[in-house]
Write a protein that binds this ligand. Structure first.
Ligand SMILES: [Zn+2]
Length: 69
């Protein structure tokens, strides 16, 4: 799961993200999110990045990525 500066979470392969851009400090990410983590992330229950920029926390889901879930 890839977390943008805006707090929006994307999934690998999202067409909104240039893979070459996925680096700190712009992005943080979680390589192996727990099952259901995508569905659970909300502003009151953000998902914190574990790699890259670990200050990043996801509070919303990319709509394109969400449509694939
Ligand atoms: Zn996306």
């Amino acid at each position: 799961m890839i977390i943008h500066t805006s707090g929006k979470a994307h999934l690998p392969g999202c067409t909104h993200i240039d893979p070459a851009d996925i680096q700190p400090p712009r992005y943080g990410w979680v390589l192996a999110p727990s099952p259901g983590a995508w569905r659970r992330l909300t502003p009151s229950s953000p998902l914190r990045a574990t790699q890259g920029n670990t200050e990043r926390a996801a509070v919303s889901r990319c709509e394109s990525c969400d449509a694939t879930q």
